[in-house]
Design a protein around this ligand. Structure first.
Ligand code: TXA
Ligand code: MG
Length: 316
């Protein structure tokens, strides 16, 4: 495995040979491969040990490129001008002539599309002749990576190339909205909020198509240690993830999400701190209550999933 920031051309060569590459986005690191090549896409599923029924997001350099593969009603263009490039994924109707591999969409007629905002991701996407299918670059069900080092520790030599782009600015996966449904539905909360989408137009799909939602696996984004939510205090063998002032008498390890109780800062720190606690000596993780408002909705969504026990067979 090579970790490198200087050599975009090595990443491009690797992708052109239909091998997956890890690249930075503003949300989390992605494990990308040629979305038009089925064998390249299948390698993503194998590396992550991801169930084949869970479809992937396709990443494009711009809106024009997206429109080759997906149908976006005209009404949505102002929204996309506002948020792309950025941490927003749309579920759209797939163009029947699209070359996107059927493995990407897990056989659905819909397609998840996004234009990421990280400068290196955009440079990479502009240099390629194809878009990148890319899930988060972690073993399926494990914590999402927000640094190249997180990816190296998790996937190691399973990946040929990691393009280093520093710590992810947002730190939580993109907001996913399904615009094939009426009314438009948020499938995954993120840092773009329902209130940011308040001016959303009605979808003009006159005959809404049937979606077999792959759903979101309940146990997800999880460290290997157990997590206790809404913890007002913590035991000495627990690592304590705090939001604002911690109780003065806690003897164990404390990591601060945001001293000023800023939810965006907490989002940036969440996966980073969970990775640190997971690799530390603490036996369990306790998390202070976080208000379910604004980005706190996405934070609590990820924490709730991380705290859900893994049942055998639920999430390979
Ligand atoms: O921020 C992000 O979105 C990151 C970066 C790398 O772009 N990617 C990411 O991908 O989080 P992933 O695979 O970890 O999560 C994608 C989610 C999954 O829950 C999947 O089921 C859903 O998107 N998804 C993909 N295609 C879909 C579709 N056609 N309909 C409904 N859900 C879909
Ligand atoms: Mg993921």
């Amino acid at each position: 495995m090579i970790i490198d920031s200087s050599s975009l051309h090595l990443a491009i060569n690797t992708l052109n040979r239909n091998l997956p590459v890890v690249f930075p986005t503003e949300t989390v690191y992605g494990l990308g491969a040629n979305a038009y090549n089925d064998s390249a896409v299948q390698k993503i599923f194998a590396i992550k040990n991801r169930p084949a029924f869970n479809p992937l997001i396709v990443h494009y350099p711009n809106l024009t490129a997206v429109l080759k593969d997906g149908y976006i009603p005209q009404d949505f263009m102002p929204l996309l001008q506002q948020w792309w490039p950025g941490p927003l994924t749309l579920i759209v109707r797939k163009n029947p002539h699209s070359a996107v591999s059927p493995s990407v969409t897990a056989g659905l007629q819909t397609l998840a599309v996004r234009v990421p905002a990280h400068p290196l991701a955009l440079q990479l996407l502009h240099a390629l002749d194809f878009p990148l299918a890319a899930p988060s670059a972690n073993t399926s069900g494990f914590l999402s990576p927000t640094t190249a080092q997180h990816v190296a520790a998790d996937l190691g030599d399973k990946v040929a190339y990691i393009l280093e782009g520093g710590p992810c600015r947002v730190g939580l996966e993109s907001t996913i909205i399904d615009i094939t449904q009426f009314p438009v539905k948020i499938l995954r909360p993120g840092c773009i909020l329902a209130s940011d989408l308040a001016a959303l137009p009605a979808s003009d799909c006159s005959t809404p198509i049937q979606i077999t939602s792959p759903g979101q696996l309940e146990h997800h984004y999880a460290p290997s240690k157990s997590i206790r939510l809404n913890a007002q205090t913590a035991q000495s063998d627990e690592g304590y993830l705090v939001f604002g002032d911690p109780p003065k008498n806690h003897a164990g390890m404390v990591l601060q999400l945001s001293a000023t109780q800023n939810l965006e800062e907490a989002a940036t720190n969440l996966f980073k701190h969970l990775h640190t606690l997971d690799q530390s000596v603490v036996k369990r993780i306790a998390v202070m209550p976080i208000p379910s408002e604004g980005v706190g909705i996405a934070l609590n969504d990820r924490l709730r999933r991380a705290a859900t026990p893994l049942h055998t067979g639920e999430n390979p």
